[in-house]
Design a protein around this ligand. Structure first.
Ligand SMILES: [Zn+2]
Length: 196
């Protein structure tokens, strides 16, 4: 994948995440790590999704140096680059503040494996990463181990993070995470959800 293709994919998934209401305002961010180039293609900071163009997408090194793009990268870039450093493979990340999943993140409560889709799309139950400041390298450091045998996790008092071999897979994980959180929330109000 070349940089232009990666920019178009980042833009496409960022807009879809906004349309699906996984992100509000300019929150959330999306990135792809191009391992062969050792570069990260990431959404810019504070640009509304509706008017975002592929030329607005930033390209940075793992140290955060902007090599292409007219805007600053998302303020949460240190979390993305630290996770790519730790996972050491070509992959992609989707970070959202999707409301149902983030409600569980705010309560520091994980989501048990309650749906058949959770195993193939997420890898099992959804765990909560302990709190660290948004945008910090520390948050990336403590989150990376949660993304080794799972494709998604909750960030305490913050939001969600999903990983995939490609951006489409990471996006689907974020959709299934929000879906599981919504169903778990409703099931808890109906009765006692049973774990698979
Ligand atoms: Zn965030």
């Amino acid at each position: 994948m070349n940089i232009l293709e990666a920019k178009k994919e980042v833009l496409d998934v960022a807009k879809k995440a906004h349309q699906e209401k996984l992100v509000a305002g300019t929150s959330g961010n999306v990135s792809i790590y191009l391992k062969s180039k050792d570069l990260v293609v990431i959404t810019p900071s504070s640009i509304p999704y509706a008017s975002m163009k592929d030329s607005d997408i930033s390209v940075i090194t793992l140290d955060g140096k902007v090599v292409d793009g007219k805007h600053s990268p998302s303020s949460e870039w240190p979390m993305h680059t630290e996770i790519y450093r730790k996972l050491e493979k070509e992959c992609a990340l989707v970070h959202t503040h999707s409301p149902y999943a983030t409600s569980f993140a705010v309560c520091n409560e994980g989501i048990p494996e309650i749906l058949i889709e959770m195993k193939p799309f997420i890898g099992g139950d959804i765990k909560v990463v302990p709190f660290a400041p948004a945008g910090s390298q520390e948050l990336g450091e403590i989150t990376a181990p949660f993304l080794i045998d799972r494709n998604a996790c909750l960030l305490a008092n913050h939001g969600t993070l999903s990983v995939g071999d490609n951006l489409e897979k990471a996006f689907f994980s974020s959709i299934y995470l929000e879906d599981a959180a919504k169903i778990y929330h409703l099931a808890k109000s109906v009765g006692n959800p049973r774990i698979i």
